[in-house]
Structures are given as structure tokens and as C-alpha cells.
Design a protein around this ligand. Structure first.
Ligand SMILES: [Zn+2]
Length: 714
């Protein structure tokens, strides 16, 4: 009691200042002490009072393993008086870091954190090679597309590296444009020896090899229609879907089979969009695409970069939907997203065209195994996410409702617990003890950052995120730093700055792309981004930002009175359309959308997960690896390394047929493995849980597997 009395009295007495500790005290630290983060450049500390900027000294020492410690250089600046920001000169490499901050001749902060080591892609025995074109063609995005599609065995090389690269073990190559003479000659010889090539907008010698002639350049917009009558188009969407970016008008030679048609121009004239040609007598094939598939996937997902920063719909602020909205008052143009196609995941179907082509070309050789999108055999999931605008008990009731809806003994890694994220305002009524309790059972809470519904600059957005992360840490000191975000009013002032700024705060899951407004989207559910899959953002210069774009597909104000539209989304994920997806949601507790969605999720058996859970899943899946592929006459062997965080729920898919044989048996380290079969996008696959070890997949011409996976003679 006495000490409290003294402290309280000192300011009143206005004397004995020597007893008061004048040091500023930390109120928020990023990255949090003892935390583990992905690579970043930002280190930030907020104090309880202003500091003299010129006196601040930050030292950062890194240490990795047994190597000698190293110092990190960077610049220090003090923001808004109370906050020190240290920006490292380069992205911090995986290591343990020790930060100390001195000012006014005193040590003010001293903490440690770890930048996690990202497992390197094991390229040994990788069957797919991506030969890089110009980054401005967004060629780097092929790696993101293959990862999303569950391929892990791929490597990349520049066009100049290709000349010297050992092609042993490479079964499929993706290349954009043309190579130099020696590169083209090498590729031709490789195809004649049985290699399979996907040539994207080929010219010159590669166009000759593909059996097409490039006639003219098409001004980047139009549709393509897949021939779904037979492989590789079988199982994909049959209506014409959009492409964006670059395309060429092709003519196909007689020996090139056209399996997709490009439809472009005001007269809707047609030309081949995708062709396939057999080359030589050793099973080599060349597929040609008349459009830039990687760029089309990025632009379909992220919108028209030419419209970045424009308030096209006349409803401030600038939002993600403005990147798709055509009918601007000052610049009327067709919608970038044809809203009649918004019920089709156009970007996903475009990626699956590439997947089906890759698997189809391998039908006379080694099948390429890959991973299913979600845990186990889930075809749909709901990313439950609320924006709590300062309600008294909205978040608590929401979490409680979900916990009550969870079966006893549910398992987070298997997505059997109903969980959610809530992004909250500072004046939300969620108590600290409740927040800690819900965090301990798997709920995810973070700040609902706001720019007061206004357009932002990089700096103002950065300041807003910094301030809200600080507030959140002060209010809930024991909670982990958030890894997801949805900005209030979903203000999105350009093309990718928000994702870049989020990344600098270790926020790697963005839910700002939002299926809205209702009238524009004709009151239908669907995919504004053309996708049901979280995938990383791409800058227009080709750099991939390590932040997942997760659309908010199901917005409460749009669908609260239109539940049949929600069910349609589920029906198409489970039905013959195969429009699988992790569907983002938005709740703000102004209506009864949350209980209605929980009811529908039960009806359709759709898991309800938090944003953090889906990010964890994407991390675990992308850190899992199928490597060392070996193809014998009848047997495929490969090594499996499944990340521990997959919790045994990662499913591997292997095509059931190859070279007129049928998959007969699967073993792991010599022990038989049970498998299921399913048709996914027109292709029969065997599906089984991914466990560590060496798999052996035996194909047999006289046996076939039935639906339960047991083997029976034909
Ligand atoms: Zn909001």
C-alpha cells in the first residue's frame, strides 16, 4: 500500500522526481517478443510517451545455427513521436534476432524473435520445368499456379539457363514465347525423344514445333471455350470463359488438334485457343496456348491493373470491385468481370486447363502426383470472418455459437471444430479474459483496421495498421499478432500496395476482395475474382507477394435474405460442376446471417474455419513435398514429405490410368495403402492420405481398382 501511496502522491507533491522512472515504457512491440514470424523488414516499438528522435539507437543482431552473429543495417525513424520504426535494408533471413533500443542514454527495449526457416523446394526428380519468360509477362506466376493445383515437383530456369540445364527426369516443360536458335533446337530434340511441351503464345521455331502459325496479336480481352467432349478438356467448364492480358490469333496445321477456341473482337471471330500435336514416334507432344495463361489468371483474380486507383462505381472509397466495374460515368467500358460469368470460377478453370493438359500429355508415361486443395476430401469450406464494429458482445456470441455447434472431441487440423476470425474495433466489448479463452480453443481475433472509410496512401495505410496493431497488443497482450486482415470499408486504393504493406506486418491473408454490391452482381453468389482458392498476389512486374488473396464471397448484407444463392454455391462445389472453394464470409452482427450460415454449413457438411486456420493449411500444404519421382515400366515411385502441420489430412492424387494400364496397388515403404477413387475435372484419380516415406504405385494392364480401392480382376 505504501509504495502505491508514494507513487500516487509524487506528482501532487511535485517533488522527489528522482523516485520516478522517466524512461518511456513499451506499449507494443513488433514482432512480438519470442514470436516466430515469416521473413520481413519491419521492426517497430511503440512507447507511452514521445522520444527525441535523434537520440534513438537500434541494434539488431542475428544468429543462425552455429554461424557467427551478424548485425542488421537499416534506418531508424520515429513516427508520431511515440513509435520507433526500424526498416532493415533487406528482408531478414531466417535466424534468431536480438533487438535492443536505446534512447536518452537508457536502454528502453530488449527482446528476441525468430524469423522462421521456410523449407526449400526439393527439386530432385522434379518432372516439370518452367522456363521463365519476361517477368512483365507474369511468368513467375506459373509457380503459384502449379502450387495451387497441388504440384510440388517443378523447377524453374531462365531462358539463358535452359541451354545448359540437365533435362534428365524432366517430363513436361512450360515455356512462353520463343527461345534462341540453339534453345529451340534443344527443345525440339527433347520433344522428339518423348518430352511434353506446353508452349504459351509460341512464335518462330516453337510455333512450328507446335504446328501453329501466329497470325496477329489480339488486344488482350475475350473468351475461350473448351472442348469438353474429350480429354484434356473433359470435366472443365463448357461455357465460354474470359481471358485477360495478351493473346494471339493462331491458325492450326492439320496435325494439331484444337481443344479450345478463342472468341474475340466485336465480331466474336474465332481462332484456336489451345492445340495439341504429337511430335515424332516417341510420344512427344506439344500443346500451344494462344493466350498468356499466367497473366490471365492474375488479372482475372485481381482485376484490371489499368483501372487501379479509380473510383469507377461512383461509391467512395476506391474498393476492389472498382477494378472489375466497367460502367464508370466518365469512362464507360464493358465490365472487366462479365457478371453473367460470375458464377463460374473462371481463373480456377483456366488453371485446371493447364493441369489437365499436363496430366493428359503424361498419359503414355509417368503420371504426375499432386495434392488435393483442402484437408481430407473436402470440396468446400467456409472461412468464417466477422468485422466487429464495436458491438458489446457480438464477437463473444458468435464464437460461443460456433463452439456450441462443434462436435465433442473435434480436431482443429481436421477442420471438424467450427471456428472463426473476428476483426474487432477498439471499442468492441470483448473482454481480455474471453479473448484469451477463445484464442486458447482455436478462435482467431485481430484488429479491424480502419482508414475511416477513406482512400489511403502507402504511408497512411502503414500508419493505420501500425496504430491498430498497437492498440490490439495493448488491449490483448497475450494474444498472438494477427495474420489476416480485412480493412474497414474494404478501401483498396491501387493494385497491390495493401498486400505489400500487410506483408511487412506479417499479415499474410487478405480478405478485402468482396463479392459486392448486390445489384451489379445481379443478386447471385459466385466469384468476383474468378476463384474459390486462396492464392498469392502478383505485382504487375511479376513479383509475387507472399500474401494470400482470399475473396469474401458471402457478404451478409448481400445474402442474408437470399440463402438459396448460398446453397447454389455449395451445390456447385459438390456437384458435377466441380467449382470447389474456400468461401470467405462477412458478418457484422447486424442481422442473423451467422446462425443461418451455421445451419447451412451443417446441412451441407461444410467445415467452418478461421482465416488463421486456412493460412496454416496453405503454409503446411506448400511446405509438403513429393520428390524423387521414378517411373519404371509399371511402377511409379516417389518420396513424400508431408509437413507435420497437415495433421495427416493432406490428400495425394495420382491418375488412375497411364499407358493403357490401370492403377492396381499402392504401397508406402512396402506396406499396402488403401485408396479411394474419384473423378476430378474429368480425370480419374486414386486418393490417399499423405504420409512420410517412399510410395510405390503399381499399374497393371489386367487389373482394375473398384470404387472402394480393393483390387479385383477385370
Ligand atoms: Zn468494417
Amino acid at each position: 500500500m505504501l509504495s502505491i501511496f508514494v507513487v500516487l502522491c509524487v506528482p501532487i507533491l511535485g517533488a522527489a522526481a528522482v523516485f520516478i522512472d522517466h524512461r518511456p515504457h513499451t506499449v507494443a512491440i513488433f514482432p512480438k517478443p519470442s514470436s516466430e514470424v515469416a521473413t520481413l523488414k519491419n521492426i517497430r516499438v511503440a512507447f507511452d510517451r514521445p522520444l527525441a528522435a535523434e537520440q534513438v539507437r537500434v541494434t539488431i543482431e542475428g544468429k543462425a545455427g552455429d554461424a557467427a552473429p551478424f548485425a542488421i543495417k537499416g534506418s531508424v525513424h520515429v513516427q508520431t513521436g511515440n513509435t520507433i520504426n526500424f526498416a532493415a535494408d533487406q528482408t531478414l533471413a531466417p535466424a534468431n534476432y536480438h533487438v535492443t533500443i536505446h534512447a536518452e542514454d537508457k536502454q528502453l527495449a530488449d527482446w528476441r524473435f525468430t524469423v522462421a526457416d521456410t523449407p526449400r523446394n526439393d527439386e530432385s526428380g522434379a518432372p516439370i520445368l518452367i522456363v521463365g519468360g519476361d517477368a512483365s509477362d507474369l511468368n513467375p506466376y506459373y509457380t503459384e499456379i502449379l502450387s495451387a493445383e497441388g504440384f510440388t515437383g517443378f523447377k524453374t530456369a531462365s531462358k539463358s539457363e535452359f541451354a545448359k540445364l540437365d533435362l534428365a527426369g524432366i517430363q513436361s516443360i512450360i515455356v512462353s514465347g520463343d527461345l534462341d536458335n540453339s534453345g529451340s533446337a534443344r527443345l525440339k530434340e527433347w520433344v522428339e525423344n518423348g518430352g511434353n511441351l506446353v508452349a504459351v503464345m509460341p512464335t518462330g521455331a516453337l510455333a512450328d514445333l507446335a504446328g501453329v502459325k501466329a497470325l496477329s496479336v489480339i488486344n488482350g480481352e475475350g473468351y475461350f471455350q473448351i472442348d469438353t467432349g474429350s480429354a484434356p478438356g473433359k470435366g472443365l467448364v463448357s461455357q465460354p470463359i474470359q481471358f485477360h492480358g495478351d493473346a494471339k490469333r493462331f491458325a492450326a496445321n492439320d496435325d494439331a488438334r484444337v481443344f479450345a477456341t478463342l472468341i474475340s473482337g466485336p465480331d466474336k471471330s474465332t481462332s484456336p485457343a489451345a492445340t495439341i500435336r504429337t511430335v515424332g514416334a516417341n510420344g512427344g507432344q506439344v500443346a500451344a496456348l494462344a493466350f498468356n495463361l499466367a497473366k490471365s489468371v492474375v488479372f482475372t483474380r485481381q482485376g484490371n491493373p489499368a483501372w487501379a486507383g479509380q473510383d469507377r462505381d461512383g461509391m467512395a472509397p476506391v474498393r476492389p470491385n472498382d477494378l472489375f466495374f466497367g460502367n464508370s460515368k466518365t469512362d464507360p467500358q464493358p465490365d472487366y468481370l462479365d457478371v453473367n460469368n460470375a458464377q463460374i470460377p473462371q481463373a480456377d478453370e483456366t488453371m485446371r486447363l493447364l493441369t489437365n493438359v499436363l496430366e493428359y500429355m503424361q498419359r503414355d508415361a509417368s503420371p504426375i502426383p499432386r495434392f488435393w486443395y483442402f484437408p481430407k476430401d473436402y470440396k468446400a469450406a467456409l472461412v468464417m470472418a466477422a468485422d466487429d464494429h464495436g458491438t458489446k458482445d457480438g464477437t463473444r456470441n458468435f464464437f460461443e455459437m460456433l463452439d456450441l455447434a462443434s462436435p465433442a472431441g473435434c480436431d482443429m487440423t481436421q477442420w471438424t471444430c467450427a471456428r472463426a476470425t473476428s476483426f474487432i474495433y477498439p471499442d468492441s466489448g470483448l473482454s481480455n479474459s474471453d479473448a484469451e479463452f477463445y484464442n486458447s480453443i482455436g478462435f482467431d481475433t485481430g484488429a479491424h483496421v480502419t482508414t475511416n472509410c477513406e482512400d489511403w496512401t502507402r504511408e497512411s495505410l502503414d500508419n493505420s495498421i501500425a496504430a491498430y496493431l498497437s492498440f490490439f497488443q495493448v488491449r490483448f497482450p497475450e494474444l498472438p499478432t494477427q495474420r489476416g486482415s480485412r480493412l474497414h470499408c474494404i478501401a483498396w486504393s491501387d493494385y497491390t500496395t495493401q498486400a505489400e504493406v500487410e506483408r511487412s506486418w506479417d499479415i499474410r491473408f487478405d480478405m478485402n476482395y468482396y463479392h459486392w454490391p448486390k445489384d451489379w452482381l445481379k443478386n447471385k453468389s459466385g466469384f468476383m475474382t474468378g476463384s474459390g482458392l486462396p492464392m498469392r498476389f502478383s505485382k504487375t512486374d511479376g513479383e509475387i507477394i507472399d500474401v494470400y488473396q482470399q475473396e469474401t464471397h458471402l457478404v451478409d448484407e448481400v445474402f442474408v435474405d437470399n440463402l438459396p444463392a448460398v446453397e447454389e454455391l455449395f451445390a456447385k462445389a459438390f456437384g458435377p460442376e466441380g467449382f470447389y472453394g474456400a468461401f470467405g464470409t462477412h458478418f457484422d452482427f447486424n442481422n442473423d446471417f451467422a446462425p443461418k450460415m451455421i445451419e447451412l454449413a451443417h446441412k451441407w457438411q461444410v467445415p467452418m474455419i478461421s482465416a488463421a486456420q486456412l493460412l496454416d493449411w496453405e503454409n503446411a500444404r506448400s511446405h509438403s513435398q513429393i520428390s524423387d519421382l521414378q517411373w519404371g515400366v509399371q511402377t511409379l515411385q516417389f518420396k513424400m514429405q508431408a509437413a507435420p502441420a497437415t495433421g495427416g489430412a493432406l490428400t495425394t492424387m495420382v491418375p488412375m490410368r497411364t499407358n493403357d494400364m490401370v492403377l492396381a496397388a499402392i504401397s508406402l515403404d512396402g506396406k499396402p495403402v488403401e485408396f479411394k477413387t474419384a473423378e476430378i475435372k474429368g480425370v480419374q484419380y486414386a486418393l490417399f492420405p499423405s504420409a512420410n516415406g517412399t510410395y510405390s504405385i503399381r499399374y497393371n494392364s489386367s487389373f482394375s481398382a473398384d470404387e472402394t480401392g480393393s483390387v479385383s480382376p477385370l
